[in-house]
Write a protein that binds this ligand. Structure first.
Ligand SMILES: *Cc1c(COP(=O)(O)O)cnc(C)c1O
Length: 964
């Protein structure tokens, strides 16, 4: 190959870990002659894809950056005054550089292993405190996907609480005020229909409520910018025994009486304007807070305070028993991946600015808005409302000339209709920006002049709704205000967390692969980051190109025909995909089909998503070898034939094997009129070798944050687009903005919206686009092959010392495999958890624990790890196996040993007292490699039950802090 030809493989060699020499050694260890032979032994011939994927030729990293720069320039960056839930903001550079662009933050996994996640747990606790303080409600979660889904979560929570008997629903109605954001209304309606909720729109001021209502949703400030006093309305709702959710705005709440003080039961919204770029719709963190009485039913993850084995304060995720992993179809929601990274950014924004800084930003916005309002009124324009925070709505006879003039000046306003123009100001608006805005409303002859209002004259917020209570009094929000302090605070937290910058994170089913710098860099460029999701299409051609191309590649990779990029996570993809199945059955007059078959081994989100679609879950058994029990499937499909909606399968199965029976399974379901949903979490074992479309599936979601290189961000963001066959394409999610813009291709365009923005967290689509463009067809297939090679190599190294569950008849696994640790419980009283915690002393994050089988770990190395790293991990596990052997042989105590006491903190090991029956060196430096790069867990083993019994999920108030 010439020097120039190798350039197209440049990224392949950067992305894939093992080099040629290592590959040869690894194949030898497995006992096969070539990679081809390994793949032939692993992937059943009946499902193989025979031709190369039709994807563009690979680009080098430099070529890609040039290319994506050119595409970015197709986007036109206007000043956005559109509002509607998305506001321009200034990401402080210290946060941009040290959090958003920092792999030590964005490559973290969800903090299930609390002892090596204290930094992000602390930051997420800060996020919860910000939300709880600003909304004045005691309990907050650590983010949801977007404002619209947060509203839908509130509705579902209320519905379930007040209709305990699902077969006898006495309160089916949910009131939604007419001035709630349109995209929120759509997502709420999508969620309401399948579970039988009736959404009633109206005017909160005049609606008649009765005991058939379970709840209500209002917006504060509302869709037209108006600040309304909801106190009487809230009382009215409570008097019929129903609950109130208030969609709101964190920046406004620094000036407005908070929802909790008005009596609201839930507050929710988007934390985007706390320093997170618009990004054409996301990713952004949504927030959700509520009264204490909802603590058993609040959706999403909650970070709580607990203690460690040494009695020290330690954080961890609280009340996990509510979640889908455990509760499955009875879970409070299907939320798994949320928006952790963006919640961390918003929290850091509050830490950096502090309560006064935030309030000053809000006051500036409000004063500019008041100035603008006065200037417009002076010029003879009528405004729609008297009280507002950042948004005015101007009445005009015909918006067209105003729009033309605004767009000539590169300004976007919001056009509610031809008589109402909305203007929303934000943190980035300067006094001089008002010239251009006002200029859009005057002739070009008179000079634009206006007087900036003074703070004392701020009268656009009524006194009855002016905030009087304090917020963010905790020291963390009143300390780190210089850049030096902020930089060090971020770094202090980061140093407590293991991420991919330290070592491999072999989490089965989660695909923690390289998130390459070249894939990430363009996200910070303003032509991507400053785009408003509802900007006119003439300005968004760059994004349109990415959407079109990426959809095409994903269809090619899955062998499907159409794609929706709307769902913001895998679980949302499941929900969206099942909705297409439901809509398809309905379109054929078979709306009664509501039984979803789900194998026992399925991920918890599968049954939770099915329930959201109003489906009835029937569990299918698994065989000894982990395969779906085809006989049981046949029987259940037959029994339920009349009402069969479909099946949800994961392929390769969650046990990490390619079931040879998969085509038979899909045929059985089809023959009884059902559709086949494929959970695409394991797509990293398929790309280029086989495809959902080839094995008989009708729809699948893809976790772009697994297979397609979007980083996990410590628990989000994610993207879960769905691909479908032609017959399901008409039922893909629509969006109100798409239907506005494309002059209604069909009147149903906004049906089935599942996210607030038309393309979900659009800006991170760039990462997956980059991944595919830099690898090309050959590279994405090789990535799959090496994922399989790496897994089989580790399996070969471990199989003599551990029981491996579920390999195929050649003894091969797919891209992951399960190590059974249950035997050690009997032989040494060692639990899987002990092994997970002991791995921390070796500098590693544990593999997936107890999924899909309790008492096991599931290892998925991914293609990005080289042989040395795989060996280090195997050596650590083998060394732990020897430690277990010492317990088995009675040489170390069953209760007091390195596994039970793991992880060992620096404080434990360095303290003057050491009474363990093993050495300090064994505790902290069990293998030589650990000495060169020791990662110290910052707390000892965390006590989960203590924290759940004493739920604290905000930073403690100052007084208590001082006492401690
Ligand atoms: C990760 C995963 C999901 C859920 O994806 P989220 O993005 O976390 O919602 C669903 N199914 C399987 C098998 C998974 O591994």
């Amino acid at each position: 190959m010439s020097l120039f030809e190798t350039q197209s493989k440049e990224f392949q060699h950067r992305h894939i870990g093992p080099n040629e020499a290592e590959t040869t050694e690894m194949l030898k260890a497995i006992g096969v002659a070539s990679l081809q032979e390994l793949i032939d032994r692993t992937v059943p011939p009946a499902i193989r894809m025979n031709e190369e994927l039709n994807l563009p030729q690979a680009m080098s990293e430099a070529e890609y950056l040039q290319h994506i720069k050119e595409i970015s320039l197709k986007n036109k960056v206007f000043k956005n005054y559109i509002g509607q839930g998305y506001y321009d903001t200034i990401t402080p550079s210290v946060i941009l550089r040290n959090v958003f662009e920092n792999p030590a933050w964005y490559t973290q996994y969800t903090p299930y292993q609390a002892e090596i996640s204290q930094g992000r747990l602390e930051s997420l606790l800060n996020f919860q405190t910000v939300v709880s303080d600003l909304t004045a409600l005691p309990l907050a979660n650590a983010s949801l996907l977007d404002e619209a889904t947060a509203a839908a979560e509130a509705m579902t929570m209320f519905f379930n609480l007040l209709n305990k008997d699902q077969h006898h629903v006495t309160r089916p109605k949910f009131f939604v005020d007419k001035d709630v954001f349109p995209q929120t209304k759509d997502v709420v309606v999508t969620r309401a229909i399948p579970v039988g909720i009736e959404v009633i729109y109206g005017d909160y001021g005049s609606v008649q409520l009765d005991e058939t209502y379970f709840g209500a949703l209002v917006q504060y400030p509302n869709d037209k910018g108006s600040v309304e006093d909801y106190r009487d309305f809230i009382n009215k709702v409570h008097s019929v025994g129903a609950y109130v959710a208030m969609a709101t705005d964190l920046l406004a709440l620094t000036l407005l009486t908070p929802p909790g003080e008005l009596g609201a039961d839930v507050a929710l919204g988007s934390a985007q304007r706390f320093g997170v770029a618009l990004g054409y719709g996301g990713p952004h963190a949504a927030f959700f807070s509520c009264k204490d009485e909802f603590k058993r039913s609040i959706p999403g993850r909650i970070i709580g305070v607990s203690v460690d084995a040494q009695g020290n304060r330690a954080l961890r995720m609280a009340l996990q028993t509510r979640e889908q992993h455990i509760k499955r179809e009875k879970a409070t929601s299907n939320i798994c991946t949320a928006q952790a990274l963006l919640a961390n950014m918003a929290a850091m924004y509050a830490v950096f600015h502090g309560p006064d800084g935030l309030q000053n930003i809000a006051k500036r916005v409000a004063l500019l808005t008041q100035t603008l309002a006065n200037a417009l009124e002076e010029r003879g324009y009528d405004l729609l409302h008297e009280y507002f925070f950042d948004t005015v709505v101007v009445k005009v006879n015909d918006a067209t000339p105003f729009r033309q003039k605004a767009e000539r000046q590169f300004l976007n306003f919001r056009y509610y209709d031809n008589q109402h123009i909305g203007i929303s100001l934000d943190e980035t608006t300067t006094p001089s920006d008002l010239f251009d805005i006002i200029n859009s409303f005057v002739n070009d002859v008179d000079p634009v002049a206006y007087e900036l209002q003074h703070e004392d004259t701020l009268d656009i917020i009524p006194t009855s709704l002016t905030r009087t209570s304090e917020f963010l009094t905790h020291p963390v929000f009143n300390t780190h205000h210089s850049e030096t302090q902020m930089m060090r605070y971020i770094t202090q937290l980061q140093n407590k967390d293991i991420s991919l910058v330290h070592s491999m994170i072999p989490l089965g089913s989660c695909t923690m692969k390289l998130n390459a710098a070249s894939e990430m860099i363009p996200l910070s460029w303003m032509h991507w980051s400053k785009m408003h999701p509802f900007a006119p299409t003439a300005q968004t051609e760059g994004y349109a190109f990415i959407v079109k191309e990426l959809s095409k590649y994903l269809c090619e990779i899955t062998k499907f025909d159409a794609c929706s990029l709307q769902p913001n996570s895998g679980a949302q993809g499941e929900y969206a995909g099942l909705l297409t199945i439901k809509a398809y059955h309905e379109s054929r007059g078979e709306g009664h089909r509501n039984v979803m078959l789900i194998p026992i081994s399925a991920h918890g989100t599968n049954p939770a998503s099915a329930v959201m679609c109003g489906m009835h879950v029937v569990v299918v058994k698994a065989l000894e070898n982990g395969y779906i029990d085809v006989e049981d499937l046949k029987a259940k499909a037959e029994q339920n034939a009349a009402n069969l909606a479909g099946i949800m399968i994961t392929y390769p199965s969650t046990y990490g094997v390619y079931e040879e029976t998969v085509k038979e399974i899909t045929e059985i379901v089809h023959s009884h009129g059902g559709q086949v949903y494929m959970d695409g979490a394991n797509m990293n074992a398929q790309v280029g070798l086989t495809a959902p479309g080839l094995i008989g599936a009708d729809v699948c979601h893809l976790n772009l944050h697994k297979t397609f290189a979007i980083p996990h961000g410590g628990g989000g963001p994610g993207m879960g687009p769905i691909c479908v066959k032609t017959h399901l394409a008409p039922h893909l999610p629509g969006h109100v903005e798409l239907s506005n813009q494309q002059s209604a291709i069909s009147s149903q365009q906004n049906r089935n919206a599942v996210s607030a923005a038309p393309y979900g967290s659009a800006s991170i689509l760039l990462i997956s686009y980059a991944y595919i463009r830099m690898l090309g067809a050959d590279g994405v297939r090789k990535a799959t092959e090496y994922a399989i090679l790496n897994a089989n190599y580790m399996l070969a190294r471990l199989k003599d010392q551990f029981d491996i569950l579920y390999t195929n008849h050649h003894g091969a696994c797919a891209h992951e495999f399960i190590v059974d640790l249950r035997p050690f419980k009997k032989s040494a009283e060692v639990e899987a958890e002990d092994v997970a915690k002991r791995l921390m002393d070796y500098g590693f994050h544990a593999p997936t624990l107890s999924f899909p089988v309790g008492g096991t770990i599931m290892i998925e190395p991914t293609e990005s790890e080289d042989k040395d790293e795989l060996d280090r991990f195997c050596n650590a596990l083998l060394s732990i196996r020897r430690e277990i052997a010492l317990i088995e042989e009675g040489q170390i105590d069953k209760k007091d040993n390195p596994l039970k006491n793991a992880p060992h903190t620096m404080f434990m090991v360095c303290s003057d007292e050491w009474k363990k029956p093993y050495s300090r060196e064994l505790a902290a430096f069990p293998l030589p490699y650990v000495k060169t790069a020791k990662f110290w867990p910052s707390v000892a083993r965390v006590n989960n039950t203590y924290g759940d019994r004493n739920l604290v999920c905000v930073c403690l108030p100052t007084e208590m802090y001082a006492e401690a």
